[in-house]
Design a protein around this ligand. Sequence first.
Ligand code: GLN
Length: 309
Amino acid sequence: MAHLETVVGEIAAEMSARAERGTVASYIPKLAGVPIDQFGIAVTTPDGAVILAGDATVPFSIQSISKVFTLTLALGQIGDELWKRVGKEPSGNPFNSIVQLEHEHGIPRNPFINAGAIAVADAMLSGHQPREALGSILRFIRFVSGDEGVSMDEDVARSEKETGFLNTALANYMRAFGVLQHPVDHVLGVYFHQCAIAMSCEQLALAGRYLAFSGRLSPGGPSVVSEERARRIAALMLTCGHYDGSGDFAFRVGLPGKSGVGGGILAIAPGKASIAVWSPGLDRHGNSVLGSLALEHLAKAMRWSVFAG
Ligand code: GLN
């Protein structure tokens, strides 16, 4: 098998030379100014090794990758009750689509489209103030990444709030159906701030370990969630983690992954690695162009696929 460090280094070199990089998200003004010429990759393995290349230590806005962590927390808080308010099916629609919500009586298709993540944020507010919910999100991410330095970028949160008309529409729509139980501005306050968490590939790969290693920070190490929960979250990442690009990602990469419009992707090779890649240029679905390509190359070289025997 190819040597992981060599493969990671080669991928970073190849990605930095690529001309076709997609376009940086511009609908959140603060993200529009992020230089497109960056690429980072971090891979953590069961033995505790962390392999870094490119801009792996540069923090970026994790955006929708945060939805994996809030889903984990909401399931911990209210368990399977959550599935009464949000579905588990791929949407086949863009991440901010409103059309399906009307047909489905305000119940979002899955926890990774915006409407679904907003419903998850609402669930997290049961018995908690927005500040407490945000505190628990940050504490959880710092714990799983083993890094107290992870923080929220207030400027990004404000920038998104000022232009978040679609998300506000989604939230009001769900509130009208009784799917949201808390004030819309509280729910969106949590949602915009969780999206504004800044992390590097290194921190993100470490944070994804519990999903790669059956709910544990390392094989046989401290348990974060049950093995079953980790497996189920990974299943949703595979089927819904890249919105209407999820099928293509599964076809090309074959690993559960979650993208964000900051250009990051967290992917897991169960039992083998937690991987984070970042490049700010996006494709038309809002998924990182070079991030997806890098994962495709890595999965192929290492023969990491949930579909390989
Ligand atoms: N904060 C972004 C939004 O709500 C998250 C979208 C994403 O990363 N796909 O539009």
